[in-house]
Ligand binder design. Structure first.
Ligand SMILES: [Zn+2]
Length: 236
């Protein structure tokens, strides 16, 4: 087992198996049937591909200590199991269509008609995301960048669908979440929390700390560890 610079073990050095649930299991009643057995190398592959899906097999292999063929095998397993839903690209709309504007959509619908209405809105191909939420204004969406013509088409379509009360508000700026994200696993068989300095099972939070990816037993442990780590960096 290797030591990281802070003198603590990294979960990725233990060779232990961890579990990760597929994303859609959150709303799936058969939660446990979706549980997929993954090891720490799979998780690491996921972590890096999430940030850069074009990362070369050679570079990924170096990180997880596998041959390019070994990495391919794991990626295929992640695709087959549904953990990787699809690979996509991120478009810079500022360059592609600088005069277009995103809108926030808010509307009210009868829950019994929700799926039908959402399908009709999706069919316009003008939305980036549509959410059904639990407030009185229960339908929310973010459009793709729209031209004035697109906007008119969208308004007409919404009226045709029969949504009488709705709003489309211009989005001034889009700010994404942190590019350094955490990966949450719901059922890790055995991992090592560098904060507790003990093995644990169950929920785990995988987080990038410096150059390493570590597994924590809870968010409090992660926060404490990060605070400690930042203090160490500051005194260096
Ligand atoms: Zn802990």
């Amino acid at each position: 087992m290797q030591k990281d610079p802070s003198g603590l073990r990294s979960v990725f050095d233990t060779g232990e198996m961890v579990f990760l649930t597929t994303l859609n299991s959150v709303v799936n009643e058969n939660k446990h049937e979706d549980m997929i057995k993954l090891d720490q190398k799979d998780l690491k592959v996921l972590y890096f591909l999430k940030n850069n899906a074009r990362m070369s097999l050679t570079d990924l292999g170096k990180i997880v200590d596998l041959s390019p063929a070994g990495v391919t095998l794991r990626i295929n397993k992640l695709i087959e199991s549904g953990v990787i839903d699809r690979f996509t690209i991120k478009i810079n709309y500022q360059i592609l269509s600088p005069n277009s504007q995103r809108y926030e959509f808010l509307g009210n619908i009868d829950f019994t008609k929700a799926s039908e209405v959402i399908q009709q809105l999706q069919a316009t191909r003008l939305f980036e995301h549509i959410f059904l939420i639990s407030t009185e204004t229960n339908l929310k969406g973010i459009t793709l960048p729209l031209s004035q013509k697109d906007l008119r088409v969208l308004i007409e379509t919404i009226q045709q669908i029969g949504l009488e009360k709705f709003s489309l508000l211009p989005v001034l700026e889009v700010h994404e979440g942190s590019p350094i994200f955490d990966l949450q696993a719901e059922d890790v068989t055995t991992a090592y929390c560098p904060q507790c300095q003990d093995s644990f099972t169950g929920e785990a939070i995988l987080s990038r700390i410096g150059t390493q990816i570590l597994a924590f037993c809870c968010r409090e442990c992660k926060d404490e560890f990060v605070a400690h780590y930042n203090k160490l960096l500051a005194t260096e």
